[in-house]
Design a protein around this ligand. Structure first.
Ligand code: CDP
Ligand code: MG
Length: 149
């Protein structure tokens, strides 16, 4: 079993497709084990994308990812890291196949609807960034029912 971090990015939340996107993962036998919606701070966005610092698109990326709320999810399943990236599709929507999330929803290379971790190390790092105060080892619904979030 693996865990990975998914972001449903602002362009997708703005266009009311959170549910359609989550359905792609669920239909592929992957489980949402934690989720929340928030407007990312500049600091969180820069930590998340720290390996892109200095790239020509970095400032545009940070301004996009912080402009309106996003949805952060922990997704769990066998081979979840690779599977989720396959379901998301290519970074560039023009190269993403039509049965992927980006092939369906992405608007541009920057506004490409979803993020997913690319390795176990980054999955752990990113889950800690977005869910740093919470336990992600159990189903959140238990925590929610207990009001313990
Ligand atoms: O998200 P993914 O791992 O597929 O792509 P990345 O190369 O790690 O880039 C991270 C994010 O930066 C992308 O998802 C885009 O939102 C953005 N990006 C961009 O705006 N312009 C580029 N030329 C490359 C990436
Ligand atoms: Mg990446």
């Amino acid at each position: 079993m693996e865990k990975t971090l998914v972001l449903i990015k602002p362009d997708a939340v703005e266009r009311n497709v959170i549910g359609e996107i989550i359905t792609f993962y669920e239909k592929n036998n992957l489980k949402v084990t934690n989720l929340k919606m928030l407007k990312a701070s500049k600091d969180t966005a820069e930590r998340h994308y720290e390996e892109h610092k200095g790239r020509p698109y970095f400032e545009e990326l940070i301004s996009y990812i912080t402009r309106s709320p996003l949805c952060a999810l922990v997704i769990e399943g066998e081979d979840a890291i690779a599977k989720v990236r396959e379901i998301n599709g290519s970074t560039d929507p023009e190269k993403a196949s039509k049965n992927t999330i980006r092939g369906n929803f992405a608007l541009s290379k920057t506004e490409n609807s979803v993020h997913a971790s690319d390795s176990r190390e980054n999955a752990e790092r990113e889950i800690n960034i977005w869910f740093e105060t919470e336990s992600t080892s159990n189903f959140s619904i238990g925590n929610l029912l207990l009001g313990n979030v």
